[in-house]
Write a protein that binds this ligand. Structure first.
Ligand code: 5HM
Length: 172
């Protein structure tokens, strides 16, 4: 009897923690100061997906109660940088329009030599340094229209990024 190959690419990858970055301020409803359900959904889907696979997920949107408990800049900046430094992997939606905070975090993650997966919305234009980041860091790109539908591809991309990162570390 043949066994179908596993499509759970995170299984056995030995990755414990993940930082999830993405647009925040631009998604707040000016009337309530909170992210509407529709804006929360991609983050919610990704957090649940990774936590179901046993990863500890650090995400500022959830930490700050989707805008209801927004931190001051001098609180969230060192916290985010520290969590990215500690995370095993970094996943970001750079955003369209571009999220300034996420772009800073992508810079930190690459400077800290983290395996990175960037989720790019299909049909959008991203800045040159996002498009070219793979030349200087371990980056995998996932094009998506619907985050939920892109989950298997995201897992594969994460697997690739972590494996390539380990190979590079072994070779050096
Ligand atoms: O510039 P923007 O708000 O889109 O930046 C979003 C990124 O900055 C998120 O990935 C989040 O980790 C971080 N951030 C945060 O931690 C941003 C804000 C508000 O700008 C915040 N806490 N209050």
């Amino acid at each position: 009897m043949t066994t179908a190959p596993s499509t759970d690419y995170l299984c056995g990858l030995d990755v414990a923690s993940l930082f999830l970055a993405g647009p925040f301020i631009q998604l707040l409803d000016p009337a309530t100061g909170e992210m509407p359900e529709q804006a929360r959904a991609p983050f919610d889907i990704l957090i649940k997906h990774f936590e179901a696979r046993g990863l500890a997920v650090h995400n500022a949107h959830r930490r700050e109660a989707w805008g209801a408990e927004l931190m001051r800049p001098d609180q969230c900046t060192p916290l985010d940088q520290d969590e990215i430094r500690k995370a095993d992997v970094f996943v970001a939606l750079p955003g369209f329009p571009a999220s300034p905070g996420t772009h800073i975090e992508v810079g930190w993650a690459s400077a800290f030599d983290k395996p990175i997966v960037l989720m790019l919305e299909r049909g959008r234009e991203y800045t040159f340094l996002v498009q070219g980041l793979h030349t200087v860091a371990t980056v995998e790109y996932v094009e998506y229209t619907d985050v939920a539908e892109a989950l298997p591809e995201l897992d594969l991309a994460l697997h690739r990024a972590v494996s390539r990162h380990r190979e590079t570390a072994r070779a050096s």
